[in-house]
Design a protein around this ligand. Structure first.
Ligand code: F6P
Length: 357
């Protein structure tokens, strides 16, 4: 009998269910006797022994369903080695649950923090296979994560909708896109929806340059402009502050987010009316786009292959358009940011899109 544990951890995204279905259907179809245990609410389920025995029917009809049938929760990596409020050693507890259920392996679906804990469990001797999930697309070692393309679709649609009303009213619109540390969604949705300015955390902006781009559009007779701004976009002056200084400045800021500060600065400098739209968690919700359904299904099938081959300590990945796997120890804790000199940005600049630099 093959005994497999499964959990989804961290912020959810589209296609988590499709990926789990990919693993389960591949295993049920190829191994004679399989038992899958689903841990509820991420690592919490593994720590506190909260799981359910799954059957093939649980993985049926979920290909197109958003969210996760197992639930998820954020369990910060740095707190994993800190006892809980009752003094429970979380790592020891996870190992005990794994041993109690006599698991042959654990399949972990998650983003950056989740992969760090997956690597920790692998180093502790558990058989781990992980899958790259996050709308942010910021996992090192894989060209793409599932969830990203669906989020790009939603953010693009939001900017498309804004485009028509911005043009009717001759206003400047800022659409704030998810991504605190990286600007992948903003960059792709911004280009896809024809934004005039794209601001991402990897390229600290100079407000004067942003204003210049907007004024040039006005000079050309354009009566509106669209800015796609990542929630983690940062000005050059803020980027020069220490982590501590920046934290203090943000805590004391009267603005709910960077977009509101930008909006005020733009109105002051150009006299133009500015409106702000924040699609927020919509970007993580709903049914996965077809591309995500395909790659998460293939990622799931690859995870099943690794389990059948007893190849553990790996994250399934897409490298140069091929589905493969990368050692967890090589990727855990590394962030894949947008390279400011990449061809996507160079081409966007050639088209006249401003990046505020
Ligand atoms: O990691 C995915 C993500 O949606 C980020 O883009 C965003 O900054 C963050 O999660 C929001 O976190 P929460 O759902 O905890 O508010």
């Amino acid at each position: 009998m093959l005994r497999v544990g499964m959990l989804t951890s961290g912020g959810d995204c589209q296609s988590l269910n499709a990926a789990m279905r990919g693993v389960a259907k591949s295993l049920y179809g190829s191994v004679k006797d399989v038992k899958i245990y689903g841990f509820l609410e991420g690592y919490k389920g593994l720590i506190y022994n909260n799981y359910k025995e799954m059957n093939p029917g649980d993985f049926s009809g979920i290909l197109t369903e958003g969210g996760t049938i197992l639930g998820s929760s954020r369990q910060p990596f740095k707190l994993m080695t800190v006892p809980d409020e009752n003094g429970l050693d979380k790592v020891k507890a996870m190992k005990e649950t794994y041993a109690k259920l006599k698991l042959d392996c654990l399949v972990i679906l998650g983003g950056n923090g989740t992969q760090k804990t997956a690597n920790l469990l692998s180093r502790e001797g558990l058989n781990i296979v992980s899958l790259p999930k996050t709308i942010d697309n910021d996992l090192w070692g894989t060209d793409i994560t599932f969830g990203f393309q669906s989020a790009v679709d939603i953010a693009t649609n939001a900017i498309d909708c804004i485009h028509t009303t911005a043009s009717s009213h001759g206003r400047v619109f800022i659409v704030e896109v998810m991504g605190h540390k990286v600007g992948w969604i903003t960059l792709h949705a911004g280009i896809a929806a024809g934004a005039d300015v794209i601001l991402i955390p990897e390229i600290p902006y100079d407000i004067k340059k942003v204003i210049k781009t907007l004024n040039e559009r006005t000079k050309k007779g354009k009566n509106f402009s669209i800015l796609a701004v990542a929630e983690g976009a940062i000005s050059k002056e803020d980027a020069a502050l220490s982590k501590k200084e920046l934290k203090k400045k943000l805590a004391e800021s009267p603005y709910p987010s960077v977009s509101y500060k930008l909006g005020e600065e733009i109105t002051k400098a150009t006299g133009q009316e500015v409106r702000i739209t924040v699609p927020g968690h919509m970007q993580r919700g709903g049914s996965p786009c077809p591309y995500d359904r395909v790659i998460s299904t293939m990622f799931g099938a690859q995870a099943a292959r690794l389990i059948m081959d007893k190849k553990f300590g790996y994250m399934v990945a897409m490298v140069n358009n091929e589905i493969t796997e990368v050692p967890l120890k090589d990727i855990a804790g590394k962030l894949k940011t947008v390279d400011p000199d990449c061809t996507t940005i160079r081409d966007a600049k050639l088209l006249g899109i401003g990046f505020g630099d």
